[in-house]
Design a binder for this molecule. Sequence first.
Ligand SMILES: [Zn+2]
Ligand SMILES: [Zn+2]
Ligand SMILES: [Zn+2]
Length: 920
Amino acid sequence: MDYKETLNLPLTDFPMKANLAVKELEILHKWSEAGLYGKIRGARAGAKRFILHDGPPYANGNIHSGHALNKILKDIIVKVKTMSGYDAPYVPGWDCHGLPIEHQVDKLLGKAKRDMTPVQIREKCREYAEKYVGIQREEFIRLGVLGDWENPYLTMSHDYEVGTVKEFAKFVANGGLYRGFKPVHWCPSCRTALAEAEVEYADKTSPSVFVKFKLDGAATAQLGLPADSTSVVIWTTTPWTLPANLGVSVHPDFVYSAVKVAEDTLIVAEELLASCMKAFGAAEYSTVKTFKGTQFDRLHAIHPFLDKTSLMMVGTHVTLEQGTGLVHTAPGHGQEDYVIGQQYGLTVYNPVDENGKFIADTPHFAGLKVWDANLAVIELLKERGALLSKSDLTHSYPHCWRCRNPVIFRATAQWFISMDKNNLRAKALEAIRGARWLPAWGMDRILGMVENRPDWCLSRQRTWGVPIIAFYCEKCGETLLDETTAANVIAIMEKEGVDAWFSRDAKDLLPAGSKCGKCGGTDFVKGGDILDVWFDSGVSHAMVLENSKGLSWPADLYLEGSDQHRGWFHTSLLESVGTRGAAPYREALTHGYVVDGAGKKMSKSLGNVIAPQTIIDKYGAEIVRLWVASEDYREDIRLSTEILTRLTEAYRKIRNTVRFMLGNLNDFDPEKNTVALDKRDELDRVIMYKFQQLVDKVVEAYGRYDFHVFYHAVHNFCVTDLSAFYLDIIKDRVYTFPKTSLGRRSAQSTLHELTVGLLTLMAPVLSFTAEEAWGHLPGKAGKPGDSVHLATFPKATHVADSDSLIAEWDRIIEIRGEVTRTLETSRRDKLIGHSLDARITLKVSEANRALFEKRRDDLPFIFIVSQATLADGVSTATEVKVEKADGVKCERCWNYSQTVGESSEHPAVCSRCAGHLGGA
Ligand SMILES: [Zn+2]
Ligand SMILES: [Zn+2]
Ligand SMILES: [Zn+2]
């Protein structure tokens, strides 16, 4: 007789080989057919809400690993909240306007663009954005991200665009908006102003020059220094801004030295004297006199090559970091220069046009590009004897985020939201302190940014965006933008969309009878500016949370990369505080960046980029998800082939553990066969208690958004607690005991609860595998229409004796480890083959003896040997004696026993098996 036939060997359709790349597509199809997202909404209707508001990615290009990290993290959180019982809807969105798309469309259109109207160009931009919304949507869905993909929010949709204009109009109404002429970051290649968040810092080599500004007669007389040969010295790395120089700033508290160098008397900060003299190549010099900064206030220097004076000003922005302690000040080309210039009543002079060229009436430099003007200025300084020193300096310099070219500071007429009118800055700081920032350093970071930021420059000189609905008097240039004109424009836009701004004339947009407040003129032109795209995405809290069914304002959580402290977190906060007086989120969580295996930034030029699509095709989206959960994402997170291979190995262990458990449930009906926990074998209860500890640990870590705890704890539980311990020991019971015996049903009840519980714990991260395995569960869970994503996490079921029982078993497990190692040695020494070939005699310490005495009969099963006896007496350390087992090997259970042959009906098996066969 083949006794193998009489064993209850595991049987399941859940395959060992995952074949994720194919299987995931089937599961996605199933989810989509079943309308899983809608079913979850239905199942959680009326529950407490948790709103994670999606920061919109830019609708351009395919997704990269950073997108995958971001969206999977969000998905894990939404699923964790859902399985914790919350109603946690997820409405994804896209940022659709702006320069990158307009650039691409410019390239595609080429010369054809010249003959197109703004509305036609905008139509092309819209098509372009739509295409990438479609592509990215499929890519995000492919990652297993569940959400309302049928109804995402798009910053270019009709309602969103008109809503953005309405939000803008709120700043018109509350007086926070103003038009100012002041320096902003300007990209001469893209010919537009740039927001702080659109500027990237990169190394650039610039000329570093020290320049003499002679003091005028009145100044030298007042300071008691020689007339005609006394100069203040400034240092700059942007010589091209010298034509716009209107002043020299000093610090009120610094000490300045007047130093005799050859024929000259030069003034620099005392503290920088040595470094300056070295830079000028002055070997010999002597200090004539010293002054406090305040003594220079309102004196005049003479511009080195233009026929004008330069005003000496006192400001605390001056530092001693480098240079001379005297700062060349051009209010048209720098934020701090602008601020101090305003205090001293200087004009905001900017001779540079939108292409970065000097305007026609600039002496010496008309028509020159600023970068070329650097050299021309240096030549002229040399000619005029004003150049003390020139060298090259490589420094961190702002570049355009889009075209990567260096940007300039240039004063232009722009629209701004004032940080100080309506106390926006103070209120924003308060709102930041009232929100929770994870990690905690995020709070200081954004506080620092808001404390120091200039007014928000809202206008961009482009076409693809939401228009700024300002009019200008044709006669005198005066601006017309108030609540009445805004309401009129908005009413038209509600019917025709924001394109009405581009297609209609000014008079068809203005209320009848509009008049210029200054000259009484009645003819107006429309402004050509659009809104900063960061304003578009900054209003998403209002557009999405306030206007969508099933959502609510404010959001519980915003989750983005840590660069968003100056991006979306920042602009959303300013917009929300400016219009609603409060932050749009309760909590802001950040993640780091994806780097390669060596910790280097991923870039095309380094060739170390791993695209999500590549990983999905080779390993499956599940491995991308596991990667996200395996590391502390608050830091930069590494991605490499080695890491993916290691994760695939870990995944396989988890999968096979689940498979083994499913295989042993093939004849189990949870409704009918479940044995109550207190009636189960001790070992079954022990593993359930240990599982309960795992559940507590993982659910608690999930709540803290600490996902790597899940990965390590679940992987460890599968490998150590299940595979190497519990499942190993119960094989005998589930394989050899009669199908319906209490012992086997007890183990199966435990396996069933473990599998259901483990799959729900896994579902937020291993969403595909948990779902696939769920379908192989016996009972209700496996039925069509059910999904693990509708389930909730296992509930805590603490039992009085659980802690003491676990403590006892932890000691048994420790000694079991020693026994297993000794058996392994015997196996290597060829004393035994399988551990069941052995008989062991165990001598343990006094403290442990009672543990084993109590379980004398179970010892062979615990150690998976044929015979195990407890030796008399005790020893300080555990002693294990291994011998060949007594008796004959049972053909059925492989245990050695002296009872083999006792049964006449089954002479090849032991008496235990014979009994089981009789009862089977
Ligand atoms: Zn640019
Ligand atoms: Zn006018
Ligand atoms: Zn047997």
